[in-house]
Ligand binder design. Sequence first.
Ligand code: BJW
Ligand code: ZN
Length: 254
Amino acid sequence: MAITGETVARRLTTVRKLLVLTGAGVSKESGIPTFRGEEGLWRQYRAEELATPQAFARNPKLVWEWYRWRQGIIKNAQPNQAHLAIAQLEIHIQNFLLVTQNVDNIHYRAGSRKLVELHGNIFRAKCNRCDKKYLEPLTGELPECACGGRLRPDVVWFGETLNPDDLDRAFGFARECDMALVIGTSGVVQPAATIPFLAKQTGAWVVEINPTPTALTGSADIVISQPCAEVLPEILSLMQNFSEAADDAQANRD
Ligand code: BJW
Ligand code: ZN
């Protein structure tokens, strides 16, 4: 593996507080389409045209149809090596937080528990009148709440605010961490896109893993331009080797 991966692995053996921020690219190798670029299109629509309260008010059937289509893909997908490696990092590094923009629940399925889902979860719904939460599967093309209100996916659409507790937790951790791994996000959607810059401003070492350059690329301390499901398992195994070597050296001194 390239020298950059080794450098990241060495840093991970001494990290005090690690933040991992993920986006759609982390689930790409599980077969789940990302949002932007050609492959982000669903029929002729772009995500920005469907993931809004206005789109839901105008055509709730169309929006539900898009979410049902995505739910189907996600249900049949499996966690990939990147999800699994991130779950392992949580086990090895005590002071850890995973902040994901993904709504696919796959980090959880891979074992991650110290997890903030900034944009919600596609397998939950909520009432647009009384805010009651429901778990999928729901019946009917246009599911309704017991109160008569309309149910909608429990995700954060453009123009809507994020859960303030989740955002505080993510921003607070970003300000305190000494290393941030930013994986598979184009970094165009706010406020999530601010997180790596907050970490950087307060002195953290920022690593980007993304085959395509983003607005963060120029500011990151290390950029690994490869698919994350290839790179992360290698970094994890190098990190474990370095830790074991350090433990052995310590044991020899004792
Ligand atoms: C790989 C890979 C591999 C591929 N390995 N990498 C300040 C300035 C300007 C605008 C705003 C602003 N503040 C707020 C706004 C408005 C708006 C916004 O940011 N707009 C911008 C687009 C300009 N933000 C909001 O409205 C947010 N709310 C808010 O701020 O409230 C307060 C407020 C309201 C109104 C006005 C002002 C303030 C809410 C944002 C909610 C975003 N929701 C969505 C949908 C969620 C539900 C669903 O899933 O349907 O979240 S949009 C969509 O984008 C989804 C994603 O989580 C999010 C981010 O996308 P992500 O993950 O980065 O995916 P991609 O596809 O963009 O990128 C994939 C990357 O992976 C690429 O870079 C690839 O190269 C890479 N990749 N394979 C590693 N194998
Ligand atoms: Zn209701």
